[in-house]
Design a protein around this ligand. Structure first.
Ligand SMILES: [Zn+2]
Length: 349
C-alpha cells in the first residue's frame, strides 16, 4: 500500500502546515518525508519516541521491529503505550502501530514482532532509506552497524540510561561507524535500566535529537551539511554534555575499514537474557504455534490466557510468554538452562 500523505490532500496540507513553513523542510522536503521508508529497530522508550515523532512528521512508511510485549513498568517512559496495552500484554510493535494509526492514519506502519538476528536482518531491513536504533543492547547495534556499513545504508545510534543519553549518526563512506568508536562492546561500564533506572526526559532528549537528524537526512540526503558528525552525549541531571568528532572513520576499523562483518556472519542467538529483567528469551527454531491448541494443552499445568498475538502461561514462579512463531520470553529466571527446560517440557524440545 502506498502512503497516502500527499500534499495535495487538503486535510494533510493542513496537518503538516507548520512543518512545511519551517524553511529546512518546505513543501519539497515534506514530500520527501512522505516518500521515505524508515526502520525503527526496538520499540521501547527510545523507539516509541522516535516512531511517534517521525509518524507525526509524516514519514510515509515506518517499519517497527520489536520482540517484546508491553508491561506496566514500561508506561513511565514508553510513550506509545497505555494501560490497556500492558493489561493485554500486546506486542510492542502491534501496540505502537495501533497508537500511531490513531493520530496519523495516512502513513503506513509495518509492525514486525520479531527479534532482529543475522538470519532475518535482510528481510526486515532491506529497502529502508534509514535505520533508527531503539534497541537496548550492543549486540543488536553491532549487527545493525555491520548490515548498514555493508550496504552503505545510514543509521542513527541512540541510547539512554539513568540521566545519560548518547547518539551518533553513521553515514557509511563518510563518518565513523559504531565499531570505529566502540571497537568492542563497552561491557564493563555498561549500565542497564535495571541497575541505574532511567529518566523519561533523557529518552525524549536523545530521541528528539535523533529524529531531527533523521529528518535532515531524509530531506537533504547524506551530504547535508547540517547533519551532525560527532558522538554527542548529555547528562540531563548533571547538566553535562560532551561531543567527540566522528567525522572520519578510524583507520583499520574492523567493520568499515576491513569490512569484516562478524556480527552479520553470526549464527544468531538461541537464547538471550533480556535487559532490565529477570527473564530469558528462547528462540531456537521456527515452531509455528496454534494458540488455541496450546491453551488446551497447558490448562492442566497452570493459568493460561491468549489473544491473537501472545499466549501467556503462568507456572509459579515462572511466567512464559509465547509468540506465534514459537519464540518465548520466560520471566522469573535469568538461568538459560532453567528457561530452556521449562520450554522443552511445555512447548517442545
Ligand atoms: Zn568503522
Amino acid at each position: 500500500m502506498k502512503p497516502d500523505n500527499q500534499l495535495n490532500d487538503p486535510w494533510d496540507s493542513e496537518r503538516y502546515s507548520r512543518q512545511v513553513l519551517f524553511r529546512g523542510i518546505g513543501a519539497a522536503g515534506q514530500q520527501k518525508l512522505a516518500d521515505a521508508r524508515v526502520a525503527v529497530v526496538g520499540c521501547g522508550a527510545t523507539g516509541s519516541a522516535l516512531a511517534g515523532l517521525l509518524a507525526r512528521a509524516g514519514v510515509g512508511t515506518l517499519r517497527i521491529i520489536d520482540r517484546d510485549y508491553v508491561e506496566p513498568s514500561n508506561l513511565q517512559r514508553q510513550s506509545l503505550f497505555d494501560e490497556a496495552d500492558a493489561a493485554d500484554s500486546l506486542p510492542k510493535a502491534i501496540a505502537a502501530a495501533r497508537k500511531i494509526a490513531g493520530f496519523n492514519s495516512k502513513i503506513v506502519v509495518e509492525a514486525r514482532v520479531d527479534d532482529l538476528v543475522p538470519s532475518n536482518i535482510e528481510s526486515l531491513l532491506a529497502g529502508s532509506d534509514l535505520i533508527l536504533d531503539g534497541t537496548d543492547n550492543f549486540e543488536t547495534r553491532y549487527l545493525i552497524n555491520d548490515y548498514a556499513v555493508n550496504g552503505s545504508l545510514p543509521w542513527i545510534y541512540s541510547a539512554a540510561v539513568g540521566s545519560y543519553a548518547v547518539t551518533l549518526n553513521v553515514l557509511p563512506g563518510q563518518t565513523a561507524c559504531l565499531a570505529c568508536i566502540f571497537p568492542d562492546s563497552p561491557r564493563g561500564m555498561v549500565e542497564t535500566c535495571e541497575t541505574s533506572g532511567i529518566l523519561n526526559s533523557a529518552v525524549n532528549l536523545v530521541a528528539s535529537i535523533a529524529a531531527t537528524e533523521a529528518m535532515k537526512f531524509l530531506v537533504g540526503g547524506a551530504q547535508t551539511a547540517a547533519l551532525r558528525r560527532s558522538l554527542m552525549s548529555f547528562d540531563v541531571w548533571a547538566n553535562e554534555q560532551a561531543e567527540i568528532s566522528a567525522a572520519k572513520p578510524r583507520p583499520g576499523c574492523r567493520a568499515c575499514g576491513q569490512r569484516d562483518f562478524i556480527h552479520l556472519a553470526g549464527e544468531g542467538r538461541p537464547h538471550i537474557t533480556l535487559c532490565g529483567r529477570n527473564s530469558v528469551q528462547i528462540h531456537e527454531r521456527q515452531r509455528p504455534i496454534d494458540f488455541a491448541e496450546m491453551d488446551r494443552r497447558l490448562q492442566p499445568h497452570g493459568a493460561v490466557r491468549h489473544n491473537d498475538f501472545v499466549l501467556k502461561f503462568w507456572r509459579e514462579p515462572y511466567e512464559m510468554t509465547l509468540f506465534p512463531d514459537g519464540r518465548a520470553i520466560i520471566k522469573g529466571t535469568s538461568d538459560t538452562a532453567v528457561a530452556r527446560s521449562l520450554y522443552a517440557r511445555f512447548v517442545g524440545s
